[in-house]
Design a protein around this ligand. Structure first.
Ligand SMILES: O=C1O[C@H](COP(=O)(O)O)[C@@H](O)[C@H](O)[C@H]1O
Length: 266
């Protein structure tokens, strides 16, 4: 690892020499959290995002993880989803199914994707209902601070504009505090209709991982982590601050290249 450190006892920064090294560290991290949650509660409730994240999780399909992870105990959700058919190339579900879920022995009934045959608003409402039922049975834990679901792990990517899940900069969706899951119909990044976990749910998780690679994201990483400028408080990535949980940034060197105080020797 090029560098590993902590801003405070709840926020960790892991900067990797190579994507291969990042992939291995990410797989180790997820496997360890899965093992701990299964030991503690008998299940592991994990929420995925779309985009580059799924490719970076690829090592989980390989030895030793394919055999050592207790896949039957995984309950899978999406922190955000595009409102398109499940077989559409824009679907975050399809991305995860093709790249991960079809390659490991996940229980199909534990995979909680959105209803793709209703409107964005209805899909968000239905998804919240599904999560509510699983909170009642404690398949998903509940936060004692916010009464929100407390996922064991929420995995987030970040766009070059600093968006996470489908929470975009300066969008009114950032102010949603009543709902666990909400919808937008005007995403600046296509496709326009999406559903997304809200900030209170993300910040209620036990663990949040932000997995970000590439130079195009270096400026947003700098703004989010170095907390620069009071004028950009609505940068979504900056608003990820788990109330009681822990957050870890997984970065490669290009994504970390604009962080204050970091100079890498080649
Ligand atoms: O649209 C989305 O973008 C973000 C970031 O994607 P990336 O390809 O730049 O990593 C992703 O995290 C989110 O789930 C997705 O819907």
């Amino acid at each position: 690892m090029a560098l590993s450190g902590a801003h405070n006892d709840r926020e960790e920064l892991r900067i990797h020499e190579s994507l291969d090294e990042l992939r291995t560290d990410l797989a180790d991290y997820i496997a360890q959290l899965s093992e701990a949650a299964v030991k503690d509660r008998g299940v592991f409730a994990i929420a995925l995002s779309g985009g580059s994240l799924i490719g970076l999780m690829g090592k989980l399909c390989e030895a030793p993880y394919d055999k050592t992870v207790d896949w039957a105990k995984w309950y899978i959700f999406w922190a955000d989803e595009r409102v398109v058919a499940k077989n559409h190339s824009d679907s975050n579900y399809k991305l995860a199914k093709d790249g991960l879920l079809s390659k490991v022995p996940i229980v199909p009934s534990h995979v909680h994707s959105i209803n793709d045959s209703v409107s964005a608003e209805e899909a968000a409402d239905e998804y919240m209902f599904v999560i509510r039922q699983l909170v009642k049975t404690r398949m998903v834990n509940v936060s004692d601070v916010s009464d929100c679901p407390k996922f064991d792990l929420i995995l987030l990517g970040m766009g070059p504009d600093g968006h996470i899940a489908s929470l975009f900069p300066n969008h009114s969706v950032l102010n949603e505090t009543d709902e666990w899951v909400t919808f937008i119909t005007d995403s600046p990044k296509p496709p326009p209709e999406r559903i997304t976990f809200t900030l209170p749910v993300i910040n209620s998780a036990s663990n949040v991982a932000m997995v970000v690679t590439g130079e195009s994201k270096a400026e947003a990483v700098h703004l989010a982590i170095d907390n620069v400028g009071p004028d950009c408080p609505s940068l979504p990535a900056r608003l990820v601050q788990p109330t009681k949980g822990k957050s870890v940034w997984f970065l490669d060197k290009p994504a970390a290249s604009k962080l204050d105080g970091l100079r890498f020797s080649e």
